[in-house]
Design a protein around this ligand. Structure first.
Ligand SMILES: C[S@@+](CC[C@H](N)C(=O)[O-])C[C@H]1O[C@@H](n2cnc3c(N)ncnc32)[C@H](O)[C@@H]1O
Length: 243
């Protein structure tokens, strides 16, 4: 569910995930106290009443709020996950949005003194990714099911330069009964959405299906559950987007 939220929030605000989260959280917190008439909700959230009418119309279509009789707006169970209180994923969503969303990236790159060497580009990897020689997917694929991963990987394969490398950073499930943080994460993913942790063979199959040949598996040191999986794109796919 968290993955779906993030994906939705990004597209809902033209890639401005931070703004989308702020607006949604504001509404969710306000409505978390109980259903409110739209006029009152506009007062409580200090938002423009016209915009306020239009946002819930959209949100009701994706099961975040529902319109009740007499112009009252209520949160659904899904919408309630962004309000404060037990079961809320608001802090989690804010955490991911704030450290990964483009303006914060630009700020951080400036702090590190490398802003002139890096261009931060927003976008939806389910639609299109920039052309490049190397791609890094760092704890991304585990957020999604196999079909969604296949779409992300196919978009990379379509945009990638010939011979491009793909580096995947993930906590890889061991094939043994040994304790491993990835096993715990896998249950957490089961609880929050479509994602899952995968074994090395499962990642290799996902990559191969998208036209990438796995070249290296570099497990982290014993105290670090993450592995690097490197793969090379063997052939340029037919419908590659232009550079
Ligand atoms: C689990 S976080 C990993 C963040 C970061 N790569 C890391 O290693 O810490 C998943 C990332 O996927 C990004 N994401 C989710 N949906 C996306 C989409 N449709 N297009 C592009 N990025 C997306 C989120 O913004 C978030 O930064």
């Amino acid at each position: 569910m968290a993955g779906a939220w993030l994906q939705w929030m990004s597209s809902a605000a033209n890639g401005d995930t931070g703004l989308a989260l702020d607006v949604l959280s504001l509404y969710a917190c306000a409505l978390g106290v109980g259903p409110l008439p739209l006029g009152e909700l506009a007062d409580v959230t200090a938002t423009d009443p016209d915009a306020l009418l239009r946002l819930p119309r959209f949100l009701s279509g994706i099961d975040v709020v529902s319109h009740q009789p007499d112009g009252v707006l209520a949160l659904t169970a899904l919408g309630a996950t962004l309000a404060d209180g037990p079961g809320s994923v608001r802090a989690l969503a804010a955490f991911w949005m704030q450290i990964h969303y483009i303006p914060f990236a630009a700020e951080r790159l400036t702090e590190l003194g490398v802003a002139d060497r890096v261009k931060a580009v927003g976008g939806d990897f389910f639609t299109e990714v920039p052309s490049a020689d190397v791609y890094l997917l760092s704890t991304v694929l585990h957020d999604w099911n196999d079909d969604q991963c296949a779409t992300i990987l196919a978009n990379i394969a379509r945009a990638a330069h010939p011979g491009a490398r793909l580096v995947v950073l993930e906590a890889v499930l061991p094939d043994t009964d040994a304790p491993h943080p990835a096993k715990f994460n896998d249950l957490a993913m089961l609880g929050v959405g479509a994602g899952r942790e995968r074994s090395h063979a499962e990642y290799a199959e996902l990559l191969a299906t998208a036209g990438f040949t796995p070249t290296r598996h570099l497990p982290g040191p014993s105290y670090n559950p993450f592995s690097l999986l490197e793969a090379r794109l063997e052939a340029r796919v037919e419908a590659r987007v232009e550079d």
